[in-house]
Write a protein that binds this ligand. Sequence first.
Ligand code: IPE
Ligand code: IPE
Ligand code: MG
Length: 624
Amino acid sequence: MGFPPVPPTCVYQRSGIHDAALRRGYEACRRATRATGEIEYAVSLLLPPPLRTATWALYGAVRAVDDLADAPGSAGEADPGRAGRLEAWISAFDTDVREGRGSDPVRQALIHTMLTWNLPPGFLHTLFEELRQDVQGRQFTTWQEWRNYNRLINTPLMLRAGSLLLRAAGLSTEPEAIAASVPEAAVAWQTAVDAIYLTDALVDLSDDLDRGHVPLPQEALDEVGVRRTDLLARRATPEFEELVRRLADRARTWLNRTPLPPVLHPAVGVALGAYTDLYRLRLKAAADVPAALLHRRPALPRTARLRLLLPAQAKAALAWGLFPFPIQPCPPQLAPAQAPEGPGGAKETRSPAAQRHPAVPPPPHPSGARPPQLPGEAMPRHVAIVMDGNGRWATARGLPRTDGHRAGADALIDVVHGALEIGLKYLTVYAFSTENWKRPAGELHALMCEIPQGVRRMVDEKLDVRVRWAGARSRLPVDVIEELLEAERTTRDRTGMTLTLCVNYGGRAEITAAAAKIVQEAVAGKVDPGSISEHAFARYLHVPELPDVDLLLRTGGDQRTSNFLPWHATYAELLFLDTPWPDVDRRTLWDAIEQCAHRTRRYGSVPRIPAQHAPRGGQGAPAT
Ligand code: IPE
Ligand code: IPE
Ligand code: MG
């Protein structure tokens, strides 16, 4: 499968975008990208159609918002027209995200891309927040301020684009994860973004001056003695030429300092390489004509541009042909634009406001089964489950293993309903272990789609369940992290039951991280090492309030705990069932709880026995 530039209709066809209104939205984004992002557009053509359309939607929609903020208003600093237009767009975007549809074509394309690739809206909101401030005209005093601004606005956007490329490479990790696991990588990534935006500041200088903005830190002007007034009056002084020289040197150093991230897919390497090379070219084009920057945007020299792009296109087509686009995006759930409300109409995907409404009781089991009545003291407080056997369940049915994970998500929802019905206070489930990264990329990708979808489904049930997440961020895709944090935020006022999702969880890692935190605090003098009790130690674990496990249940036939809750489960009753997890429902949980209720728990002590049976001397009988 090669990807030379093909007519948009064909690209949409090959991206699975068939709806006419949706295509119009993507077309608007494509044109905005082509008009305003010469380099981004050129690089998008090196990508396979589904990624190409996603790039257009992300870049084009952001340009649309950006243009609203930058649109020239009346003379004067405050321009309620610009601010008002921006607010209207953002608020319509929020409504559209909530309703899972787009009420204008650009928003529709953007939301479609977000749903298709399971991208969280959070990073766009960071961007919107900054754009709000930008409407007033932003000034930077120091380089530090300028870089902070980049960190808030531009880096999240670049990370998102980077994450799409990584997915194309079949990697389940996100740039944040790479940044977290490779020393200096976070700094390198930030430096790359700074280099790109400093180059853009030079290239876009005349447009910014048109709007009365100077997009550079005052510190940079002071160093060479350039006055803002001279800049705004477009006076090409020798100091200005020196300023351009210094800025170009700075950007060049940053650009050259940035190593390309390790790339598994050669075509992704080609795209990233072309992107960086085009930026070098753009920087050179700007640095070559300092005085002209005051009046116009320098164009990329055509011949040099083609010399770069033509071989890149050939190489990308060859690489995609040899190693086809390895993944499928998650199926979108976008309702048609302007779809009528009501039954079968717009489908709500997430509504934080609605989730604050009173909790909904769990629906009964279809069989009509009711939970057993257990005396209060026999009822476990905390049940933990290793939800195992998904893969074998699917394989036994001739299905791909990933279907087992999907069926497993249904089983979990029913078990949560049953846990609420029986009055359990804490349920903890093992969804993904730190060891599970050893699985094949395809299964990892499916799990990284399934897990956030399952979390969202759970939250959308609006049960009286507080969701907690136990696990590490490292290596976890940023959208999975955001979904888990969002679930924790949305449900934090629920009190019926705490459902702890162990995602990217490893028991030893949890204990090691807790120990490391304590050592850090001890070194800083905040904790007295002599005062660390077991109770105090537990406060450093992922979910500090999680009580000891009473019953640890594992489905799927294996009899081991696989690094699950070693701290909390030291005295748990263990129960191993052969049933694979997708075949489990709430009745399995109730049975397990009943079995546990009949066990005698001694905690190292001796059983209490009636006085007349007690042996002489008052010592307990041997354990029975
Ligand atoms: C448990 O099911 C789910 C995860 C570990 C993510 P498995 O995928 O381990 O299923 P089996 O054990 O291979 O059948
Ligand atoms: C344990 O299951 C982890 C989860 C259920 C998430 P595994 O299937 O990964 O466990 P092992 O590798 O068979 O011990
Ligand atoms: Mg397993």
